[in-house]
Design a protein around this ligand. Structure first.
Ligand SMILES: Cc1cc2nc3c(=O)[nH]c(=O)nc-3n(C[C@H](O)[C@H](O)[C@H](O)COP(=O)(O)OP(=O)(O)OC[C@H]3O[C@@H](n4cnc5c(N)ncnc54)[C@H](O)[C@@H]3O)c2cc1C
Length: 436
């Protein structure tokens, strides 16, 4: 079996699927496929997340420019698409609370970042504990950022809809299909699938999430970069807690330099509440259970020791944080106590059911430092999206439009009609505001 494609996207998460969506409207004669190893799209990070449509107040406008800008534009696009498809989009806002004066200074910085990233006075407000008590009597804190322009959704359902639209426009989604090898031969990509057969492509987009670094390495790109995987676990809380607060509550992270955000109090789009996620270091982007982690332990450790990650894992502060996270994973009470600091009413005894864990993969550079923003690597035959982390689901639609436009503008992959109507949006209108 041999097939030739103009373009192949590796990865049917929200990012790969959204890229396919825009390509499907702009190109009516090109042959395009998305390859996804799972039996459905959005099976990994794109469904195993907190489900928040994040307002861009946590992101430094200089070092996290792409995440900040795309999440800002993501809100409106997700709202519009959800309305069109009758999907839930709950404008429920979020609170970021500080437990002491130092935390309040950080909230002031977040307020500034939020405004720099485009939020208006009506979208975000710093309030003191007395004002907050009137709105959220159960929360104990020093002060809080009330972010009104934040919402909840179900990214899994949304990605399935985006896939359906793309399929209707002629994109071939190959599910249950794993890319097992890639080679450049005679100006084309020879892509081996399921260790069994090959397809060929003129152009490749790597949107493989937790495997994006491995795919890049297979094509000889980003060899100095590596990644570390963190499992974010959740605990479900009983129904009687569903009205404990009106909004989800996040607290100022203790170590903002590391991706170990403190667990949150989450109200999901269906109204159920959870606590999480923590960030337990694991050895695979699919390390949801012990057997996968044991299998990947030695290869991953060897890879990390050979790369810049060696410096990270030998760093004392990182080790302390990792041990702390291992403790929270082993002990329910350690994790829940973090949230109890600002929501004292929670009774640990009543929390018995685990939620669905998801895995974040963060890229580390050759100096052993976590890279803060998305990394884009391109040449005439491939485009790699690396380090696509939180709030990646929020920004996936505008970011995908940006990528598709960028490929055309740089003569890398020509689209047939850049003025096409893409569902509810005119493509040329979306990309007007998205520059980095
Ligand atoms: C715990 C957690 C909480 C989060 N909370 C939020 C939130 O509230 N809001 C928000 O905006 N973002 C959140 N995020 C981030 C967000 O979920 C991700 O940024 C986003 O889903 C990434 O999408 P993706 O398509 O790049 O990756 P993925 O969803 O991981 O998709 C990549 C796909 O590529 C496939 N793939 C990889 N390698 C191969 C191969 N060799 N062959 C075939 N297929 C392959 C995988 O199977 C996978 O389906 C969270 C993430 C986590 C883990």
């Amino acid at each position: 079996m041999s097939q030739d494609y103009d373009l192949v996207i590796i990865g049917g998460g929200i990012l790969g699927t959204s890229i396919a969506y825009f390509l499907s409207f702009l190109n009516k004669t090109k042959k395009i496929a998305v390859i996804e190893q799972a039996h459905k799209v959005a099976f990994h990070a794109s469904s195993r997340n907190t489900g928040k449509v994040h307002a861009p107040y946590l992101y430094n406008p200089e070092t996290k420019k792409i995440f900040a800008k795309t999440s800002f534009h993501g809100y409106e696009m997700l709202e519009t698409y959800s309305k069109l498809k009758n999907l839930s989009f709950k404008k429920d806002g979020v609170l970021e609370v500080s437990l002491d004066e130092n935390g309040t200074k950080i909230l002031e910085k977040y307020l500034k970042w939020g405004k720099q990233n485009g939020l208006q006075d009506t979208d975000i407000k710093l309030i003191d504990k007395n004002e907050l008590k009137k709105i959220e009597p159960e929360i104990k804190c020093e002060s809080a950022l009330y972010v009104y322009k934040d919402a909840s959704t179900d990214y899994s359902k949304l990605t399935s809809m985006v896939m359906n639209d793309s399929v209707n426009n002629g994109i071939n989604f190959m599910l249950d299909t794993k890319v097992t090898n890639i080679k450049k031969i005679d100006g084309k990509w020879k892509i081996t699938l399921n260790n069994n057969y090959e397809i060929f492509a003129n152009f490749l987009i790597n949107a493989a999430g937790g495997e994006a670094i491995d795919i890049a390495h297979k094509t000889g790109v980003a060899e100095k970069l590596t990644d570390v995987h963190f499992r974010g676990e959740y605990w479900k809380t009983p129904k009687e807690y569903n009205n404990l607060t009106k909004t989800s509550v996040y607290s100022v992270p203790e170590y903002p330099d590391y991706p170990f955000l403190d667990p949150h109090w989450i109200i999901r789009v269906d109204g159920n509440c959870e606590i999480g996620p923590n960030a337990l270091p694991v050895f695979s982007p699919y390390g949801y259970n012990k057997s996968e982690n044991i299998k990947q332990f030695i290869p991953k450790m060897l890879e990390m020791l050979r790369s810049g990650a060696r410096k990270t894992i030998l760093d004392k502060q990182f080790q302390e944080l990792a041990i702390n996270e291992i403790r929270t994973a082993m002990s329910k009470s350690t994790m829940i106590n973090r949230v109890k600091q600002f929501l004292p009413k929670i009774n640990i005894e009543k929390i018995t059911e685990r939620g669905i864990a998801g895995i974040r993969s963060s890229v580390i550079n050759e100096d052993g430092k976590f890279v803060p923003d998305v990394i884009l690597q391109e040449d005439s035959m491939a485009f790699h999206i690396l380090n696509y982390n939180s709030p990646g689901a929020t920004g996936a639609l505008p970011f995908s439009a940006y990528i598709v436009n960028h490929l055309s503008n740089h003569g890398i992959f020509q689209n047939e009609n850049l003025d096409a109507q893409c569902g509810p949006w005119k493509f040329s209108k979306i990309i007007e505001n998205i520059t980095f």
